[in-house]
Design a protein around this ligand. Structure first.
Ligand code: 5GP
Ligand code: ZN
Length: 137
């Protein structure tokens, strides 16, 4: 398969590996947002997070939890952003699901999840919206 991240997992394209086990591969982002910006991906190819089953997603996030703690402790971070650009519209550029671990440090810009999209739509329909979502499970 012509997938950049599958090739990195297979060792066909070099990467600065941070961690590997039977399910996941973690390496340093080549264009880091911050020092220590780490990418964690499942070895199994899925295009998007929402293409994964719950079991594979749980396995991925168990590893993300482990890796984030080690990265945080080792680099002596006070915090980090952990997230996924899920789909092109959300900024995903590599079509193999991956989780970003982005170290945060004082004075680094101070953005957070709330600054990705700042439409601030009306909130008078929250009950209706929640009801619609609940009914879909
Ligand atoms: P996305 O934008 O899809 O969420 O994230 C893709 C990430 O992969 C980007 O942060 C980008 O810098 C990183 N990236 C793209 N190509 C390579 C590569 O060849 N090697 C590594 N280590 N990272 C890459
Ligand atoms: Zn892939």
């Amino acid at each position: 398969m012509d997938c950049l991240f599958c090739k990195i997992v297979a060792g066909e394209i070099p990467s600065h590996k941070v961690y590997e086990d039977e399910n996941v591969y973690a390496f340093l982002d080549i264009y880091p947002c911050a020092e220590g910006h780490t990418i964690v991906l499942p070895k199994k190819h899925f295009e998007k997070f929402t293409d994964m089953g719950e079991e594979d997603a749980a396995t991925l996030f168990a590893s993300v939890n482990k890796i984030a703690k080690i990265v945080g402790d080792t680099l002596e971070l006070e915090g980090m952003n952990i997230g996924i650009n899920n789909g092109e519209i959300a900024g995903q550029t590599v079509a193999h699901v991956h989780v970003h671990i982005i170290p945060r440090r004082a004075g680094d810009g101070e953005g957070n999840m709330h600054t990705i999209v700042e439409l601030h739509p009306p909130t008078d329909n929250l009950a209706e919206l929640a009801e619609k979502l609940r009914k879909s499970f």
